[in-house]
Design a protein. Sequence first.
Length: 248
Amino acid sequence: YLSPAMIGAERLFGLLTSNGTRDEFELVEEIGSHPSIIAAAAYSNGIYALIAEYQGATELLDVSSFLRKLEGIEAAELHPVIAPRGDAMDLSKLHLRIIKFLLEDPRMSIVEIAKKSGLTARRVRKLLDQLENSGAIRFRALIELGAASSIPFIAKITWDEKQSTYLPILEWIEKTYPLIHWESYASASEPVLYSLLSAENLTEVTALTRELRNHPPIKGVVTIIGKYHKFFPRYRQNKLREMIESID
């Protein structure tokens, strides 16, 4: 998919508080029905988390209004987040032809792409190297959260702004928990970091929460346990498909 820099996309992290009247699977699907939502999940205590991508203030207002009007939602906590934006590049028609085949089958070999595109395998390899090294196109596997017996959870971390920024805390989390840390979202408006982690059981969730809370300059940690999640990775994919369709 495209890097955020390619289309000027920003990210939004949201926590929605429900009144418990809606079915979790149904509400996650409804949250994900908005074209800006790329992931949504149901958590403990009637909390729903989401990630959205948007371009400009108009799209931000649209997704915010949509979320606040959802039936059964009593409160919405929405945070534009600080996230790596990647780089931008001008994609040629050949680049887009290669990407088109990979969207159809991400496991397609260079030889197969060459046959379908009419290019040499060497040329395909060069184009792929350009894409991989550009920082403009990202290749990523969507990992199944909560696979097997693991428990995904979000740690809402607040810290003392007089002592630190979010970066040293995030670097410590990534270094200390490399196998169980999935992703973190730093609020652009408050000293709050939302870290998505996994644990083997509730005892481990408690132990991890205590470890996080005891790390200076962290002031407080609140955890919510994941119940159901779903990816809706279409925002930048749709933008990319629009680019591809323009050359057909």
